[in-house]
Design a protein around this ligand. Structure first.
Ligand code: FAD
Length: 278
């Protein structure tokens, strides 16, 4: 049971969603955009949040669009993770979303919710970070398109009343050689000790990680080290580990030392799997 009452709105356009959100804010109702609702409901149940109103974005056609247009793949932010993986349009994103929570919850969790939520892993950001994707955002000043890496730095940075409408990825990225590895502590379904996504683009490996630090990231320093043809594999991995933006997490899932061990092993396997492409 949710111990507070809240109003529910389902606008049919980005403009209506933003206007509704602004009006509810003016009325002091502390509104929230609502994707799959899994996080909002879990947090409201234990009174971690008390929204006076939610603005459900699933009625906005742009947020439900999935398809190719002008050599670009457009993915609506309100699409459940299962819709993306089952479509097979972008196998790497399908894999990343297909390892978030379990299959039942994946039917609810939306792409936008995974990216904008408070749970630190945000695993669907990894393919978007390595594939130079763009984000389409609606807000009080209209609709803007920005590089995903500009608004996603550890988490999604949106201005007040803005919502993520869509993600756009150039078609040339959709079927590149890739590796997706998710290492968990025990069961297949858990938060990641380490999730690694790697692609090869223009004969260079690009990588992004979740679970290793307190936020998902792509690091050009790590990529420099791993792409250095003058170093042995061991030297590349040593340099990549030294070049991490922060020491590995040390928490209930695993110690920093264990995470580093898992990272080294996963990097070794990744380099070996992608050998010949870079
Ligand atoms: C059991 C369980 C296991 C999980 N395991 C993992 C895991 O292994 N890996 C992982 O990465 N994550 C995991 N998560 C986290 C999950 O992906 C997030 O909680 C996600 O926010 C839920 O998506 P949703 O669509 O239900 O979001 P909602 O509950 O609808 O919204 C969450 C937040 O995002 C905001 N939001 C939603 N959509 C938009 C949008 N389009 N624009 C702007 N803001 C928006 C909402 O306002 C709210 O603040 C897990 C969650 C659960 C419940």
């Amino acid at each position: 049971m949710i111990p507070c009452n809240f109003e529910y709105y389902m606008p049919e356009s980005p403009e209506e969603a933003v206007e509704t959100f602004l009006q509810l804010t003016r009325e002091g109702k502390n509104p929230m955009y609502y994707g799959g609702g899994t996080e909002i409901i879990s947090m409201a149940r234990v009174s971690n949040i008390t929204p006076g109103a939610v603005v459900d974005i699933k009625g906005i056609p742009e947020c439900n669009f999935l398809g190719l247009r002008d050599n670009q793949l457009i993915i609506g932010a309100a699409l459940p993770l299962t819709a993306i993986s089952e479509s097979q349009v972008f196998p790497l994103l399908g894999k990343a979303g297909g390892r978030v929570a379990d299959h039942t919850i994946q039917r609810k969790i939306t792409l936008g919710g995974n990216l904008a939520g408070t749970i630190i892993y945000r695993e669907t950001s990894l393919p978007l970070l390595v594939c130079d994707s763009q984000a389409v955002i609606a807000g009080p000043h209209g609709i803007r398109q920005v590089p995903f890496s500009e608004i996603f730095q550890q988490r999604l940075y949106l201005q007040p009343a803005e919502l993520l409408l869509q993600i756009i990825i150039d078609r040339s990225y959709l079927n590149l050689p890739y590796v997706h590895v998710k290492k968990v502590k025990q069961d297949k379904i858990d938060y990641p000790l380490l999730t690694l996504v790697a692609i090869v683009k223009d004969q260079r490996i690009r990588l992004a990680f979740s679970g290793l630090l307190a936020y998902p990231f792509r690091s050009l320093t790590v990529e420099e080290a791993l792409n250095d043809p003058h170093l042995t594999v061991k030297e590349r991995i040593d340099r990549a580990v030294t070049g991490l933006p922060a020491p590995p997490l040390h928490d209930i899932l695993g110690s920093a030392g264990y995470r580093e061990f898992v990272l080294r092993d996963t990097l070794k396997n990744t380099l070996s799997t992608l050998e010949g492409y870079y």
